[in-house]
Ligand binder design. Sequence first.
Ligand SMILES: [Zn+2]
Length: 299
Amino acid sequence: MHIGIDLGGTKTESIIIDQNGKEIERLRKETPKNYNGTLDTVCELVFYLEKKYQKNCSVGVGSPGALSNETNCIKGGNSTWLNDRPLKKDIELRLNRKIFLQNDANCFALSEAFDGAGSNHEIVFGVIIGTGVGGGLVINKKVINGFNNITGEWGHNQMSVGSNDKWKRHDCYCGKKGCIETFLSGPGFSKHYFDLYNVNLDAKIIQENANNGDEKSLEFVFQYLDYLARGLSQIINIIDPGAIVLGGGVSNMKQIYGNINSKLKKYVFSDTVNTEILKNKFGDSSGVRGAASLGRQSI
Ligand SMILES: [Zn+2]
């Protein structure tokens, strides 16, 4: 059996699944917002589940940020107490065994590729469009990390320029301007709505207004879809996955799924675009399921 632990900013979730992905039990705890507390919580959850089910399990951890190849420490995570710490090594020392650790976008992609929305495809790209924009690549049900450990980080590529763009290019926290993330994230969506209409609304509210037939919001959603198609076309031109599975708050925008492929044709360098753009199957559970599936992928 396989244990997965998802280190969220407010909740730490753990799951135990069998080799077929069947969920046996799931537990949630408050995330202690300090490093040692995080190590304690991970170990408590593993020991509890292994004792209860009398099994030695593989352990996979989904973490914010990524492991630096240079230092083996977490970098760039929004749970700042983990940054610059050798999280994987410290958990391994405490559990006295090797574990798997991947960032949350890679866990999401693995979960959806293993037995989620993309399970029929050999090459699956998982996209998170929420507070930020990230992604992960899974080929033959294995996470691809890449030479610099940044495979899938398409959110900080530049958004391509259109012929009559209405949306401004904003500064990104990464130091560049006009990153895909500044257009496609939930906060980016809101910010561009403010630019155009001088009204400050949460991305979720704008989507609800569009769903309720508000023409201005609907037109704005379709402008967004054009930018989304430009962003996704960069993934397709380079990787050409069979499926791109969307997660994160903005993936709930229902207009995406019936309309995105016709928009992709404008931007992908191909006469046909049959890539499946899919909503995730496991929603918020994909992170923790993917963490557990890190042990499945190695068998
Ligand atoms: Zn950026």
